[in-house]
Design a binder for this molecule. Structure first.
Ligand code: ASP
Length: 467
């Protein structure tokens, strides 16, 4: 049909009142998903900041505030629950199908080596970037007055959580090893119920591998079963993703309403250091990988990944975002199912560039703040531990705070300053968590593209190419 000429309709008064709303509704329907999510995000920020500033300084919040918070949180929780609902079957069936399809040990080994090499390289660049930023900007070297305000900001509300985390992570370097212990779960169903993806991934890798070794008739029926199971889960995932704009609105509004933005005044330097490091990694280092290793245009990749990145930002959970990450990398970037189903579920827990960078910045920042000397050797061990612990950190909100306690313990921070330090970081953690999660997801998606290209795949970004 010919393109709709809005002005010519308007000249006809009979049609004008029908056409305008219809035009708007048609446009909203055809709007790309990432625009819808972005609009939802802007609305959420606007509403959240307005509600926060209207009730600033009021001890007991008015009823409308509570109702708005409850209503939006309800919407957000529905979406988050729906995403989490598909994570376990999505991860297991994708990996099982992926490994069956990789066929033969040679492919499997090669893909595995490439994936781990990329994860190690990008993680290493991330921690070095974090270390450089925190050493150059010195956010912890603050004047005594500001230091006192920071210490006062440390919120009592989080002390209980911190005490629990401290207990869990008191084993120093052994705690790092314990993270790996979870890789082999003693009970598969407990691992699934607790969302321990690393354990599930390990089991699914084994199952896929040994299915591919079965005699042909068994292998075929197993393959058909897992393929159709995976197909159904992917269809559910797609259905849920359609609600992302509402979900994002529901997740971000209550967060901004309750935290506001004024805390950034006190924690500004620290937050700015983290954000700068994350920005350098996402906008310089990873795009360089895309440009020079994968030979693809980074801007196209940002465009393709935008729904997943905005969702990662809103949920602060790479596991919950995984369904979107897989959809974007497969459909919008055009990477094969073989590569995505192997690299992405693994990357969502193992490859966390943003988290590793954040861990480094926090540890050195707290050392600066408490006047604890940190030589090069100690900083190097921080780098190593940040890399190792980021592998074990679960893809859920604030998960890296436990890893940070592990590192602080291992490098010999006094117990009291660990608790205080984590309390200070908690104050601004949410917004930094949202950002580092987006970087984590972006890192995984870049890995999929780089590895896919190295496997000889072509014709990426079908949407942008046809436009
Ligand atoms: N929230 C992060 C993620 O899911 C983990 C963290 O750094 O706390 O990727």
């Amino acid at each position: 049909s010919p393109p709709c000429d809005f002005r010519s309709h308007c000249r006809e008064p009979r049609l004008a009142h029908i056409t305008l709303p219809r035009l708007i509704s048609i446009d909203m329907k055809n709007l790309a998903l990432h625009w819808k999510i972005l609009i939802a995000l802007v609305l959420a920020f606007a509403l959240g900041i307005t509600a926060n500033s209207l009730t600033e300084g009021i001890e007991s919040k008015p009823a409308w505030f509570d109702n708005l918070e409850y209503g939006t949180r309800f919407l957000g929780t529905l979406f988050l629950n729906a995403l989490k609902m598909v994570v376990v079957p999505l991860v297991t069936t994708s990996i099982i199908c992926g490994i069956i399809n990789v066929g033969g040990e040679k492919d499997f080994g090669r893909l595995g080596r490439k994936t781990l090499a990329f994860y190690a390289a990008s993680g290493f660049f991330a921690v070095v970037t974090g270390l450089l930023c925190v050493n150059l900007l010195q956010p912890g070297e603050v004047d005594p007055d500001l230091r006192a305000t920071m210490l006062a900001q440390e919120s009592a509300a989080h002390q209980e959580k911190i005490a629990g985390a401290l207990e869990n992570a008191s084993g120093g370097f052994r705690s790092v090893l314990e993270i790996f212990q979870r890789m082999i779960p003693s009970n598969l169903f407990i691992a699934a119920a607790e969302g321990q993806l690393l354990g599930l991934i390990f089991f699914s890798l084994l199952l896929g591998f040994f299915i591919s070794k079965l005699p042909e008739n068994h292998r075929e029926s197993q393959t058909r079963f897992w393929e159709s199971f995976n197909g159904a889960i992917l269809a559910i995932t797609k259905f849920i993703i359609g609600f992302a704009p509402f979900g994002v609105f529901g997740l971000v509004t209550p967060t901004i309403m309750t935290t506001g933005t004024e805390l950034f005044g006190v924690m500004g330097q620290f937050a700015a250091t983290v954000l700068l490091g994350l920005a350098i990694h996402a906008f310089v280092i990873l795009p360089l990988f895309l440009k020079f290793v994968a030979r693809e245009k980074p801007l196209k990749h940002f465009h393709a990944m935008s729904p997943a990145l905005l969702t990662a930002f809103s949920t602060a959970s790479s596991s919950a975002t995984l369904p979107l990450t897989m959809e974007c990398v497969q459909k919008r970037a055009g990477v094969s199912r073989k590569v995505t189903s192997f690299t992405l579920p693994l990357g969502a827990t193992v490859n966390m560039d943003g988290t590793a960078l954040f861990e480094c910045v926090v540890v050195v920042f707290l050392a600066q703040l408490f006047g604890i000397e940190m030589g090069l050797v100690t900083q190097f061990s921080v780098v190593l531990m940040a890399l190792l612990t980021s592998i074990g950190v679960a893809g859920i909100p604030s998960a890296s705070l436990v890893a940070i306690i592990v590192i602080l313990n291992a490098v010999g921070f006094p117990e009291a300053s660990i608790a205080t330090g984590i309390g200070i970081v908690y104050v601004v953690d949410r917004i930094l968590d949202m950002t580092r999660t987006a970087v984590n997801v972006f890192g995984d998606s870049c890995a999929a593209v780089v590895i896919g290209k190295s496997e000889g795949e072509t014709d990426y970004y079908p949407e942008t190419n046809t436009n």
